[in-house]
Write a protein that binds this ligand. Structure first.
Ligand code: SER
Length: 898
């Protein structure tokens, strides 16, 4: 059965049973604690927690999931994927254990002709949480499973949570027995490769807090209702129903293996296990990478970008180790598109961008590999020169850490060079690094706010935002928090100089809470009636659980009491600036797309009064001309004084109108659309905007830079800040013109002339310096010392002489000393405390056993330096002019001994 058929049967089965089909969320949800969506239930968390009322009691979805903690298992086991499709049915306070077991069992075992998957019931096993006798009873009653095919397992296996605070509960898993070829008998408890998990039914009934592992976390208490969350692995079911050995050989991933096998010297399935694993890694990772890029991530050095980079690099290395030398990424991505596109049309629609990003990373990594190979060759040569037979652990670590060489690649290259590798040393360094990373991650976790204190208010309902229509609103204080703890009163007295986070939660607020790239409004909250004296400055506003506005304040006078009525007033000037910044961002976005084409997709933004920053996907830097054009198009549109029109629309309809949505954002069914100048700019956006585009004022683009592979950033000033920036530049120019004593427009020519003259003067200075040195050299030759029949010129030279000049001076002097035994040694004092030195020994002195390369070592010893060369000429460099006299003395002594 093909994968699309497996998906369709799942959806049909549950839709027929009254479930609403909900589309997959992006793999990136707005939760800093979750790198990627890793389960079907993630988008439903607020429904489970009771923070929001679900629009349906029953839902079904097939969610894109990413799990990378087991990345090293990929290809080695038969069942690990970094991307997989989780098919799930959900009950929000509707059916529970019995219903979940009935639905799953019937879909799995119903004959194929009747819409089921037709699994042989005799081959199915179930596991339950330790004390879940109820579930055991249903497995017997509903499915007729005998007790010997039901196993009890502990928390690590049968108690499910997202790994972070949130909903959780005991689970029951369904396994399929693949038979003795895959391992020993004894059920899932004995062997999870033979008994392969296909479906997890979670009886979602509790809420968990922080914890340290799968088995160790606090259970905070029961959820408001008992729910069902299930997850069936489409890939694993496909593997079983298609009768293939592992998840990498299904109709979805096999094409990528075949593509690569056709290009590699050794094929797939030829009995070389290491090769087979590499093919599977490529097939698995390429699909994951395409999905992640599709949802708006570019390769980078941290967070999601790093995961993506790692996946792409593992693909490229695996291909190298398979012996594939030519670029292949573009074809690989096309294969992924063809296999995955039918289920994920975004991979088809957005293919050019996805492929471009993957190919750019391939090219970049190939360059890194090339420089890594050079480092390897140097390290190998140095290792051999010292007579060692193993490359050091630290070399292997540098290759891994800086150049992304996996140990196996280093091992292979070392073997080709007849060297081993100190693997133990390498592992010790890796362990150290992991330890550091863990400590970092632990430190970051601490920063995560504990939201449980706000739960009651979150449950009571959202803050009403009034700020689209007014800047001053009368509101009631629903809660006061100091450093995350709820308090009844907060007063000014005794607070001076105390650093605390004081927050007010109001029932309504005109303050914009930071979101969608726009930073929060600033302003004041003041008391009314008997608490008129209370006044606080609002310094930040953040959303809690997406629905509650937390106003961070500094209490300036009086006191605020829960239940008080207050006046919340946004600073109008601040808001004007903020609207200019946000509308300006839309204008720059539209202008970028007009100038660079539709590939310039938004990757992030930030705006505050007077300033904006906009990140977008684009390969390579913008030319000066493109930059100027973007600025021109933006300002023309500002000048056109377009009307800014906002309205609400159904998500699908808004998208069909061409409204730009942000990748990775999840949007509700009905969205707010901001339109500026009709087709000029149309975006889904919840921000605050100017009424007409001319109110944005001038837009000045400050610069354009790279913020990661394939992502560029423009920054700009708007409004008065833009004007001030220009005024500052004008003042600078006026200052320059006046010191150069020319009109402004002649400044560039003047500066060019000055630079040229400066260069000429420097050249002249160098020439004179050398001439002086030469003259000194002639004198030096005349005053050569005699040490035991050798004529010696050993001199300290004044500063500013380069090593090259020293060499030529040494030659000059030696020429003047004639053919008797002679040695010339010069040491220069350079400005930065470097001490270059050169020694020359003529043939007659060489006959007496003197060698320039020996003498250079003698000199170097006294000035912390080293050098090398041949018998007649050697040079070196040291540090510390203080040792020069001692160096020359040592040289004299050495010659005296000859
Ligand atoms: N949340 C559970 C899992 O991910 C079931 O969907 O396995």
């Amino acid at each position: 059965m093909q994968t699309h058929e497996i998906r369709k049967r799942f959806l049909d089965h549950f839709v027929n049973a009254g479930h609403t089909e909900v589309p997959s969320a992006s793999v990136i949800l707005d939760d800093p604690n979750l790198l990627f969506v890793n389960a079907g239930m993630v988008q439903f968390v607020p429904y489970f927690l009771g923070a929001r009322t679900p629009p349906w009691d029953r839902a079904v979805s097939i969610q894109k999931c990413i799990r990378t903690p087991d990345i090293d298992e990929v290809g080695i086991t038969t069942r690990h994927n970094t991307f997989f499709q989780m098919a799930g049915n959900f009950s929000f306070g509707d059916y529970f254990k019995k219903g979940a077991i009935e639905f799953a069992w019937s879909l799995l075992t119903n004959p194929v002709e009747q819409g089921g998957y037709g699994f042989d019931p005799e081959k199915l096993w179930a596991t339950v949480y330790l004390d879940d006798d109820e579930a055991i009873g249903y497995w017997q009653e509903v499915a007729g499973l005998p007790l010997e095919r039901i196993q009890r397992r502990g928390m690590a296996d049968n108690y499910w949570s997202m790994g972070i605070p949130g909903p959780c509960g005991p689970s029951s898993e369904i396994y399929y027995d693949r038979g003795p070829d895959y391992g020993i008998e004894g059920g899932p408890e004995a062997n999870e490769d033979r008994y392969i998990e296909i479906w997890n039914l979670v009886f979602m009934q509790n809420e968990r807090g922080e914890g340290t592992s799968k088995e160790n976390f606090e259970i905070l208490g029961p959820l408001p209702r008992k729910n069902i969350d299930t997850g069936m692995g489409i890939e694993r079911v496909a593997c079983l129903l298609q009768g293939v050995d592992n998840v990498y050989e299904t109709d979805l991933l096999r094409p990528a293996i075949d593509l690569m096998a056709a290009r590699a010297p050794r094929g797939y399935g030829q009995g070389n296990h290491a090769d087979d694993v590499r093919y599977r890694i490529i097939a698995d990772h390429s699909r994951t990478a395409a999905i992640i890029i599709g949802d708006g991530i570019s390769p980078g050095n941290e967070g999601r970008g790093y995961v993506l980079r790692r996946l792409l690099r593992r693909i490229i290395r695996a291909a190298k180790l398979l012996g594939i030398e030519d670029a292949f990424m573009a074809d690989l991505m096309a294969t992924v598109r063809d296999a995955t596109g039918p289920s994920y049309p975004e991979l088809v629609n957005d293919f050019d961008r996805i492929s471009r990003i993957a190919v750019a990373e391939e090219a970049a990594f190939n360059r890194t590999l090339a420089s890594g190979s050079r480092l390897f060759e140097d390290a190998a040569r140095a290792t051999k020169a010292t007579g060692a037979s193993r490359l050091s652990g630290s070399d292997a670590f540098t290759l891994h850490d800086t150049y992304g060489f996996p140990l196996e690649l280093t091992l292979e290259m070392a073997a080709e060079a007849d060297l081993g590798v100190d693997e133990e040393g390498f592992r010790a360094l890796m362990a150290e690094q992991r330890q550091r990373a863990k400590a970092d991650a632990a430190a970051r976790k601490q920063a995560h706010t504990d939201l449980s204190a706000y739960r009651e208010l979150v449950d009571a309902g959202p803050t009403e935002f009034t700020g689209f229509d007014e800047l001053t609103t009368e509101a009631r204080i629903l809660g006061i928090f100091v450093d995350g703890k709820r308090v009844p009163v907060v007063s000014h007295a005794g607070r001076e100089g105390v650093h605390e986070r004081v927050e007010l939660i109001l029932d309504r607020s005109p303050f914009y809470a930071e979101s969608g790239g726009q930073i929060a409004d600033e302003g004041h909250i003041s008391g009314t009636g008997s608490s008129e004296a209370a006044k606080a400055a609002v310094t930040d506003v953040q959303k809690i659980a997406k629905t509650l506005w937390a106003h961070r304040i500094n209490v300036e006078s009086g006191e605020f009491v829960e239940g008080d009525t207050v006046i919340a007033a946004v600073d109008p000037q601040w808001r004007r600036g903020a609207t200019q910044g946000h509308s300006g961002t839309h204008m720059v976005h539209a202008a970028l797309r007009q100038v660079l084409g539709p590939g310039a997709v938004q990757a992030g933004s930030l705006n505050r009064p007077g300033y904006l920053r906009f990140d977008f996907n684009f390969q390579g830097a913008l030319s000066d001309e493109q930059r100027a054009q973007v600025e021109e198009v933006t300002n023309e549109a500002v000048q056109a004084d377009f009307e800014v029109h906002t309205f609400h629309e159904k998500l699908e309809k808004a998208k069909a109108m061409g409204a730009m949505a942000m990748f990775g954002e999840s949007y509700p069914d009905e969205v707010r659309v901001v339109e500026i100048g009709g087709p000029f700019s149309l975006e889904l956006c919840g921000g605050t905007h100017v009424g007409r585009s001319a109110q944005i004022g001038p837009v000045t683009i400050l610069g354009e830079s790279s913020v990661g592979s394939g992502v560029r950033r423009v920054e700009a000033y708007v409004g008065l800040d833009s004007f001030r920036h220009l005024a500052k530049e004008r003042a600078l120019m006026a200052g320059l013109a006046s010191s150069l004593k020319v009109p402004s427009d002649e400044v560039p020519a003047r500066v060019a002339t000055l630079v040229e003259r400066l260069r000429a003067a420097e050249k002249e200075l160098d020439r004179m310096r050398l001439a002086t040195a030469r003259a000194a050299a002639v004198n030096a030759a005349a005053g050569a010392e005699q040490i035991g029949g050798v004529r010696l010129v050993a001199q300290r030279m004044a500063g500013g002489i380069s090593a090259g000049d020293l060499r030529s001076l040494v030659g000059d002097i030696r020429g003047k000393l004639g053919s008797d035994p002679a040695v010339v040694a010069l040491i220069a004092e350079a400005d930065d405390d470097a001490v270059p030195f050169v020694v020359s020994v003529n043939p007659a002195a060489q006959d007496r056993g003197l060698r320039a390369n020996d003498l250079i070592t003698v000199l170097g010893g006294a000035v912390n330096g080293r050098g090398g060369g041949k018998a007649d000429l050697a040079q070196g460099s040291g540090r510390g002019a203080a040792g020069i006299d001692a160096a020359l003395e040592a040289l004299r002594a050495e010659i005296g001994r000859s």
